[in-house]
Design a binder for this molecule. Structure first.
Ligand SMILES: Cc1cc2nc3c(=O)[nH]c(=O)nc-3n(C[C@H](O)[C@H](O)[C@H](O)COP(=O)(O)OP(=O)(O)OC[C@H]3O[C@@H](n4cnc5c(N)ncnc54)[C@H](O)[C@@H]3O)c2cc1C
Length: 494
């Protein structure tokens, strides 16, 4: 075997997955067809939950000063994230190229073998291994690995070659996105609806604006051999706004559509899909990159356990079981946003109704929870504690040794965490058998922690490496069952 796992695609999903797998000790090759990163700004920022996922791995300082905003929107109808209990805001204005650079450096430092200029052109799943052909300037190369993950974006070659179904609705319209220079545009953060379509503009840097142009009635064009030009975008902008921006220029222009599709399975044999390779949708509310990153965080530790031969029965299949419904919900929420955002006059009553509903905190909480990805709750079976299946929320802790730490810090090594909140020697003794996979921490909420106590009623909490709570107990009973279910049998001799 040349690697335990071959990842195809060094976008945000592939790079995050490479880092996660390396943290868990798997040997990883990342094959990326491009010789160099694109430098494109595409996904500008990430959701609150993706930001927490980066925090869990200690990655946030690598981004430098991050701007956050309490303001969100659903289909252009504004709300305030402070309605959520923890009031966590996503990062905005971070170009995708920066996110990719941070992740590529991190994954490289951890030992991922990132091979640029290597396009996957063929694959065969032999049942006990996967063989791929990578084609680059140096010719063809054959590699074999235990597993293959397609993180190769919306046009995924892996998805097609491995025979995944990708049903959904085809594109009905074409829209434009550009980072324009010297156009002197007034900001239109939430978009402006005009008779000819919707336009958005937001400053990116000194003299540079991100614009989105969504004309009504522009059918999708075949862009295989003809990329969109600044002149086309300027003409579409003029047709909607009456403003001439043709004297400016563009750092980057692109077109996108409302095509919405999802793979029916995220795993076929030894081939898996993650990120845009598994789901495509309108880029409404900036959720694509963040969903891909969270697919990767969900999959990484499970696949690494499988590679190491210590995964409990069915663990890897929980990747599809947990992430497919998340993708389904994403498709539905972006389609709904598209109807409100991009519809013509016929959508005005819907927009007015949504604006009225936004006066209610429950509505705001529901929509903010959904687009920030903070409301995610995996169905992890029996138990009634409010934390079960939810992410470990950010909190300051004080350990039994008197040190202060945070819930995010406990997850830096991407191992499981058993929080012993009641200083229970029996729980700690039970966990000894898993100490190669699960860190046991005796701690309580820090006295200075002013937020609500999410652990109320729990004496012990088991957290998976992806930061989701797998088990809680009021008295530490049945810790063995929980540890076995998620991490396999205890180490021999324990
Ligand atoms: C116009 C536009 C605006 C967007 N705005 C936002 C936003 O504001 N916020 C947000 O969160 N998301 C946004 N998105 C979505 C976001 O860019 C994607 O969801 C994100 O890039 C998905 O990451 P990925 O790693 O899954 O796929 P990609 O980023 O597409 O990465 C796939 C990688 O695979 C490589 N590859 C492809 N084929 C092969 C092959 N055969 N062999 C080897 N490598 C291959 C590609 O070169 C690429 O590097 C936007 C998207 C578009 C199009």
């Amino acid at each position: 075997m040349d690697a335990d796992v071959i990842i195809v695609g060094a976008g945000p999903t592939g790079l995050m997955l490479a880092g996660e797998l390396r943290l868990a000790g798997a040997r990883v090759v990342v094959a990326e067809l491009l010789d160099e990163p694109t430098g494109q700004s595409r996904g500008l920022g990430f959701t609150a939950r993706a930001m927490e996922a980066f925090d869990q791995r200690g990655l946030l300082p690598r981004f430098g000063g991050l701007q956050t905003s309490p303001l969100g929107h659903f289909g252009g109808v504004q709300f305030d994230y402070t309605v959520l209990e923890d009031a966590h805001f996503g990062a905005r204005g971070v170009p995708q190229s920066q996110t990719e650079a941070v992740l590529e450096q991190w994954a490289g430092e951890l030992g991922a073998d990132i091979r640029r200029g290597s396009a996957l052109t063929a694959l065969t799943d032999h049942g006990d291994r996967v063989e791929v052909t990578l084609t680059g300037t140096g010719g063809e190369q054959r590699l074999t690995a235990g597993w293959l993950v397609g993180c190769d974006g919306g046009h995924s070659v892996v998805r097609k070659a491995a025979g995944f179904d990708f049903p959904g609705t085809p594109a009905t319209r074409e829209m434009y996105l550009a980072d324009v220079v010297g156009c002197g545009l007034k900001p239109r953060f939430l978009g402006e609806k005009l008779p000819g379509g919707m336009v958005m503009a937001a400053p990116l840097a000194e003299g540079v604006d991100r614009i989105i142009v969504c004309p009504h009635g522009t059918p999708p064009r075949d862009r295989t051999d003809r990329t969109v030009t600044f002149a086309e975008v300027a003409e579409a902008w003029r047709a909607i706004t009456g403003e001439d921006i043709s004297h400016g220029s563009a750092e980057w222009v692109s077109s996108f559509t409302d095509a919405t599709r999802q793979a029916t399975e995220y795993r076929r044999g030894r081939v898996l899909l993650a990120g845009d390779a598994a789901h495509i949708h309108l880029p409404a509310g900036g959720q694509g990159l963040s969903t891909g990153v969270q697919d990767a965080v969900n999959l990484g530790w499970k696949l690494a356990a499988e590679v190491a031969g210590r995964a409990p029965e069915g663990l890897l299949d929980t990747y599809h079981a947990e992430r497919h419904p998340v993708g389904e919900r994403l498709l539905s929420n972006t389609r709904a946003q598209g109807m409100v955002f991009l519809g013509g006059e016929e959508a005005d009553p819907l927009r007015e109704l949504l604006t009225e509903l936004m006066a209610y905190d429950d509505v705001k909480r529901h929509l903010a929870g959904s687009v920030s990805h903070l409301d995610l709750r995996y169905d992890l079976g029996a138990g009634s504690h409010p934390l079960l299946g939810r992410r470990l929320p950010p909190r300051a802790l004080r350990t039994a040794a008197g040190a202060t730490t945070t819930t995010a810090e406990l997850l830096h090594a991407a191992q499981g965490v058993l929080l012993d909140l009641a200083d229970d020697a029996e729980v700690r003794a039970t966990a000894e058998g898993w100490k190669d996979r699960v860190v046991t921490v005796t701690a309580t909420l820090d006295a200075a922690e002013r937020r609500t106590d999410p652990f109320a009623g729990a004496a012990a909490v088991l957290v998976r490496p992806d930061g989701y709570v797998a088990w809680t107990s009021a008295d530490g009973e049945r810790a063995t069952d929980a540890l076995e279910r998620w991490f396999g049998p205890a180490a021999p001799g324990r």
